[in-house]
Design a protein around this ligand. Structure first.
Ligand SMILES: Cc1cc2nc3c(=O)[nH]c(=O)nc-3n(C[C@H](O)[C@H](O)[C@H](O)COP(=O)(O)OP(=O)(O)OC[C@H]3O[C@@H](n4cnc5c(N)ncnc54)[C@H](O)[C@@H]3O)c2cc1C
Length: 423
């Protein structure tokens, strides 16, 4: 990755001066946090200046009664999670890249992860922000209130806009009470209908203590057992597997509910983790897929669609892939409770240019079912040409107008999300 130069400001004022200068000179800027972004938004060109937030990495304050934390943008997610735990509280965002990704990057991409079903996305964890806008304005909007409807809530201009409007420098984060009991279970199902019923009943019975609800397809589970370094907790012949977590204050709530699930035939088989080691082993089947992906060229997708359309979409997609590439492999898994799936497509031919064909197979049908080409990762450079599948032309036009208003010289993360020419 090469660029014109890399600067690492230590304060908001230093960062503001750099942006102000760049704006006056028409110098393009690429913002970098932890470099874990999944859609190439963080990658510069040779003539870009890179601004990294790596030295803006202090936790500034924690208020345990209000349950708020004020942090600098370059703090890693893990640093924030640990600081909250140290105070007996929870910062309720968790993604696999936690050790490297920064909270500024999480805010810019509106990151999701495992516990969105309960706590929402990054947007729901932010009370206030400080940011440097593309024209060098320092916008301080460090609101700490849960309720503040006094005019526009400007933080939403910065959340999920992938660094195209401004650079996040500080954030006021919402913390939560730490649940006292946690339990993980793996459920095997024959039909997708069973999975839908389990989700519906779990939401009704466990309420907000339903912390995670992940779906693994048969191919994914079998692939993990064949190619990954995992113990097999359950037979590998069910069509669907659900990995779910309870986190609440009633020790027996999940166990009681699972007995009901089994006795009423909602699931064919259930394995419950009885200690933390077993919990980690079960989640590892979901998270550590290197055994599958390290063998062959694969294309990776992060999509969302209505849960009611999911089964048919997957069946149709698999059939399209197999017809086109008879030696292909297709794996699906993900945050089903949020309508979010991750897909791996291995065409079985070692040719990266096939990605365009695969994109067409995955993205085009999403338009018909009201899905999205990006559930969590954003658009960046990678998905630009597919934005029109899930946003109408008026939405895209208004996005461009906002960009033009805040960044008339198009210096900040140019070409991310959409292309726009300076006037
Ligand atoms: C193993 C792994 C697991 C992952 N799991 C998930 C997941 O479950 N859910 C999910 O949503 N994502 C996931 N991701 C993707 C990635 O971690 C997130 O997009 C993350 O939020 C990016 O943070 P970052 O600090 O690494 O940002 P970077 O990669 O540095 O940047 C990402 C984008 O944000 C912009 N940006 C960075 N910092 C700022 C700032 N301070 N102000 C304005 N713009 C900024 C960049 O310009 C770029 O456009 C995963 C990635 C990996 C490698």
């Amino acid at each position: 990755m090469r660029a014109m130069a890399l600067v690492t400001p230590e304060t908001s004022e230093e960062l503001r001066l750099i942006v102000d200068l760049c704006n006056n000179l028409g110098q393009t800027i690429i913002v970098q946090g932890g470099l874990t972004g999944a859609v190439e938004g963080q990658y510069p060109c040779l003539n870009d200046l890179v601004i990294s937030t790596e030295k803006m990495n202090k936790i500034l304050s924690t208020n345990t009664f209000e349950k708020t934390m004020v942090v600098e943008a370059g703090c890693t997610l893990e640093q924030i999670q640990q600081a909250a735990r140290d105070k007996g509280l929870l910062f309720a965002l968790d993604i696999g890249a936690r050790g490297s990704c920064t909270i500024g990057g999480n805010i810019a991409t509106n990151a999701g992860g495992m516990e969105v079903i309960r706590y929402g996305m990054m947007r729901d964890q932010v009370l206030g922000l400080e940011a440097v806008l593309a024209d060098g304005t320092l916008l301080s909007s460090l609101n700490r209130l849960q309720k503040n409807n006094a005019g526009y809530d400007l933080k939403h201009l910065l959340i999920g806009t992938e660094g195209t409007i401004g650079i996040v420098t500080k954030a006021v984060l919402k913390l939560r009470p730490q649940p006292s009991h946690q339990q993980t279970a793996l459920l095997g199902c024959e039909t997708f209908q069973q999975v839908e019923t389990i989700l519906d009943r779990a939401q009704a019975s466990l309420g907000e203590s339903l912390n995670r609800f992940e779906l693994l397809s048969r191919a994914y589970y079998q692939g993990q057992m064949s190619f990954g370094d995992h113990d097999q907790p359950m037979a590998a012949n069910f069509n669907w597997y659900v990995l779910m977590e309870y986190a609440g204050n009633q020790p027996d709530a999940m166990q009681d509910w699972l007995e009901d699930v089994l006795s009423t035939g909602m699931a064919e088989d259930i394995v419950v983790a009885s200690n933390q080691k077993q919990e980690r082993a079960l989640w590892s089947i979901r998270d550590h897929f290197e055994g599958i992906t390290s063998r062959k060229l694969f294309f990776n997708y992060d999509i969302s669609l209505p849960i009611t359309a999911m089964e048919q979409y997957l069946l149709d997609l698999e059939s399209t892939i197999k017809t086109r590439w008879p030696d292909s492999e297709f794996y699906s898994f993900g945050h089903m409770g949020d309508g979010n799936l991750h897909l791996f497509i291995m065409p079985g031919i070692d040719d990266k240019s096939l990605k365009d064909v695969a994109n067409d197979m995955v993205y085009r049908p999403l338009g018909d079912v009201g899905g999205s080409v990006s559930a969590e990762h954003g658009i960046g450079l990678e998905k630009k040409s597919w934005l029109g599948i899930c946003r109408n032309s008026t939405e895209i036009e208004v996005m461009k107008r906002l960009k033009g208003l805040f960044d008339p010289n198009h210096i900040l993360n140019p070409g991310r999300i959409f292309d726009i020419q300076p006037e």
